[in-house]
Design a protein around this ligand. Sequence first.
Ligand code: MIC
Ligand code: SF4
Length: 642
Amino acid sequence: MKENLVMKIFKSHLVEGTLEQGKDIGLRVDETLLQDATGTMAALQFEAMGIPKVKVRKAFAFVDHNMLQTGFQNADDHRFLQTFSNKYGVYFSKPGNGICHQVYLERFSKPGTVLLGADSHTPNAGATGMIAIGAGGLDVAVAMAGMPYYTKMPAVVQVKLSGRLKPWVASKDIMFELLRRLTVKGGVGKIFEFTGDGVKTLSVPERATIANLGAELGATTSIFPSDQRVQEYYKLQKRPKDFKPLAADPDAGYDEVIEIALDKLAPMVARPSMPDKVVPVSEEEGKDVRQVCIGSCNNSSFDDLMLVGALLKGKKVHPDVNLTITPGSKQVFEMIAASGALQHMISAGARILEAACGPCIGMGQAPPSGSVSVRTMNRNFLGRSGTPDDRVYLASPYVATACALKGKIYDPRKIGAKPPIIQKTKSFIVDDSNIIKPSVKSDKVVVEKGPNIKPLPLRGELDDAITSVVLIKVGDNITTDHIMPAGARVLPFRSNIPAISDFVFYNIDPEFPKRAKQSGGGVIVGGSNYGQGSSREHAALAPMFLGVKAVIAKSYARIHRSNLINFGILPLIIKDQDAFTSIEQGDTIALENIREHVAKDDRMNVTLKDKNKTIEVYLDTNARERKILLSGGLLNMIKQEA
Ligand code: MIC
Ligand code: SF4
């Protein structure tokens, strides 16, 4: 049988189930990734399992998100993660070493590996022929404990690339094209495998930009073959032995096929405030720009920043624009310094930030009210920048730099016939001294927990009956940034669920936490693709803490649905539009014999008490998910099984 690349890697890692689309499978996980914003909870969960050492080939923890240290909280979290890593066998990447996905790609990625990461952009590593999947922190903690990762076998979509990108068109535009065609929910339950002649025209960092942005389609992951370009990349990274060729068999079959002719693409942008609001940059030209941010795990590689440096050389940033540049890693930072590109940036008037997520997650650099900020990032959800009425455009480094120079949205093709040519680098600066190997004397290591690190909130088994109030009703494509905002004010409480729960739905309805506490909990009603975007399990954990028992939505994003189940919240599905319209905020609803319904996974009736009406909802779970829900969450289930 001819196999695609996804099948080959899944086959070699399958521990449960059969590889048929839609069937439940368990995969052996080779490596795991934590970052500081999701990792502290995952670390607490791992500790709660009472296992002395991680049981994966390699586990990593990176500090890159919560980098502002305006109080002790973030610094304490860093210390906790470092000592936790030291004790339990995790490689720890210090603050300043860079963004997890960029550093992992540079230093650790390996073709054929299965990586599970507590961050939705983990698929970035798919650029080197890996299966890299984002998940909630608890799923990653469980994988660190040596257990498989369970999911439904996704559909494998072949994305056939032909031709070559025209000058000023970036690899990001390939993904903009897919987002334009498929929307932010178009990738749910799918893996995108890139093939065709066009692939070899793309470097590893260009492929990483694409694989990374696949998260915005809601895809499980994206993957490229491991070919000569990967071999070149590993040579530059001084680890040629990590290369092995991997590709689909010729004429392998796929569940779906999409074709993209690279030479037909033009520079594009995603308009405020969703990554799928894609239009050609020419349509938005002339709008005043107040801020440009270059960086994030999407476009902060050495190649990206060399290009930005060359475009800025001898020029000045427009007087009305603040330009920030965030190198993706220490390696990138050192190399743009050594090559002189950094000097062009500074001289042009750019603000150089440390190698971290920074503006992407609202850790500083909120733009002025109501103004346009053009960013080379992957998400432009309203308010994510830290300014509630922001107007964030997503764009490639070409477009972003052109906007920084002109003070307006500007089509870079007007700059000249071709972008500057960047001299090829013969070798990269390799220095892993900021990656701390775990201790061999782990029993001597004391895990340090500052006062902001609060114990994990616990809950009991699933209730058999709920009479509760509808606390909020929201629309389609609600992101986890809406449910549990990030930013400099909220992120310091990622290890403190009681404190962070005061911010649930903060940007939509700041009264939500108070209302939830007063009603002793309740339910949330949402539209389709509820919980898209980030993997933060705080978007389930904090509502659980506030007493949320169930969500009733038209459909769910993959990671958030798992997170809800992992914390014992019922992800109920409502199909009927009239029924959906009839539920309103403030309604009292009742559900009975819940345990029996969950055990059988059959339809349930929700009674709208004040309206004398019943509506039908259902769960659509597998046996393992039902067990988790009945136990009141995954940790409870693991404890019971132990
Ligand atoms: C994001 O890009 O939204 C984040 C911040 O990296 C999140 C993780 C988090 O909320 O900590 C993600 O993508 O999963
Ligand atoms: Fe960090 Fe932004 Fe990448 Fe998330 S998307 S990992 S916040 S740089």
